[in-house]
Design a protein. Structure first.
Length: 284
C-alpha cells in the first residue's frame, strides 16, 4: 500500500476538477486505524496538511468507522461528530464538508473530502461526485493490488530445466493478466505503471534463460496496446471468445485486433504471430 498516497492525489485532483469545490483534500491510512491527510487542493493554510485523523474521531474518522459517506453543513455546530479537529478545520474556514471512505476488500485505505467555506447544504451532485471519485479510486487500488499479487507469483529464476517451460507459461499468464488489468484502471499513472510491468516481463524473455523461440529477431514492429493485449491471451492458448471475455471486448473486436497484429508481424497464423511477437520482445 506504499503508493496509496499517489493514487489519492490523483483522485483529489479529479474531484476538484469535476465539482469545482473550493477545497478538496484526502489521505491514505498511515497505520492501524490512522489516516494522514497529505493531498490538498484549494487550501489557504497548512493547518490540515499532515493532520492525523483517528478511527471514529471527527467527520473523516466517523466515515472510516462506519465505512459510509458522511457530511455536515456546519462543521463547528454538528452534533453527529466529535470535535477533536475543530481548531485545524476552523483555521482553514471550512463549514460544509463531505468525507467518503475508500474501502478495498473491506479495509479502509483512505478518505476523500470536499468542502465549502459557507454553511450550505451540499448538493446531491457534489456528494455523488465525491462517492464516484472514491469508487474509482477503490477500483484502481484493487487492480493495483491484483497486479502486485500477480507479480509476486512470477518466478524469477527457474530451479531447474525440467520445469522451466511450466514457469515460463506462468510468466506469460501473469503478463496477460496485467495487460487486462491495465485497461480497467482510471488513474493514468497507475495504468502506465502496469503497462511498464508488462514490458519488464516481456524483456525478461530476452535474457540468457529465455526459451528457444526468444532468439534475437528483426526490429520490433509497432503494435497498439490492444493488439498486444489480444496477443498476450492468444499466447496462453485462449480462443477469440475467451480473450474477448477476459478483456471485456466483443469477439469480433478481438478478431479485428488479431488480424491487424498478424498483418504488422507479417504472420499467417496465430502461432506465427505469437512467435514473432516474442522474438520482437513484445511478449514474454
Amino acid at each position: 500500500m506504499g503508493d496509496d498516497a499517489g493514487a489519492v492525489r490523483s483522485a483529489v485532483l479529479t474531484l476538484h476538477r469535476t465539482t469545482g469545490l473550493p477545497m478538496v483534500f484526502g489521505g491514505a491510512l498511515s497505520g492501524r486505524e490512522r489516516l494522514r491527510i497529505t493531498e490538498l487542493v484549494g487550501n489557504t493554510t497548512d493547518s490540515l496538511n499532515g493532520l492525523v485523523v483517528r478511527h471514529g474521531n471527527g467527520l473523516g474518522g466517523k466515515a472510516m468507522a462506519t465505512g459510509r459517506p458522511m457530511w455536515v453543513s456546519n462543521y463547528p455546530c454538528a452534533a453527529s461528530i466529535s470535535h477533536d479537529y475543530d481548531r485545524p478545520v476552523g483555521r482553514e474556514g471550512l463549514l460544509s464538508i463531505v468525507a467518503v471512505p475508500v474501502v478495498v476488500r473491506r479495509r479502509v485505505r483512505g478518505v476523500l473530502y470536499g468542502a465549502l467555506r459557507e454553511p450550505l447544504g451540499l448538493a446531491d451532485r457534489i456528494v455523488g461526485a465525491a462517492v464516484q471519485a472514491a469508487r474509482d479510486l477503490e477500483q484502481d487500488l484493487a487492480v493495483r493490488d491484483r497486479a502486485d499479487e500477480a507479480l509476486a507469483r512470477t518466478p524469477t529464476v527457474p530451479p531447474d530445466a525440467a520445469d522451466a517451460a511450466a514457469r515460463w507459461e506462468e510468466v506469460r499468464a501473469v503478463h496477460a493478466e496485467l495487460r487486462a488489468l491495465a485497461e480497467q484502471v482510471h488513474d493514468a499513472p497507475t495504468r502506465d505503471r502496469l503497462r511498464a510491468m508488462t514490458l519488464r516481463l516481456a524483456a525478461a524473455g530476452l535474457g540468457p534463460d529465455a526459451p528457444p523461440e526468444r532468439a534475437a529477431g528483426p526490429p520490433r514492429p509497432v503494435l497498439t496496446p490492444r493488439e498486444v493485449d489480444v496477443l498476450s491471451y492468444v499466447a496462453i492458448g485462449c480462443t477469440n471468445a475467451e480473450a474477448a471475455e477476459r478483456l471485456g471486448l466483443l469477439p469480433e473486436t478481438v478478431k479485428s485486433y488479431l488480424r491487424s497484429a498478424m498483418r504488422k508481424l507479417d504472420a499467417h497464423t496465430r502461432l506465427e504471430a505469437v512467435t514473432s511477437a516474442r522474438r520482437a520482445g513484445l511478449l514474454p
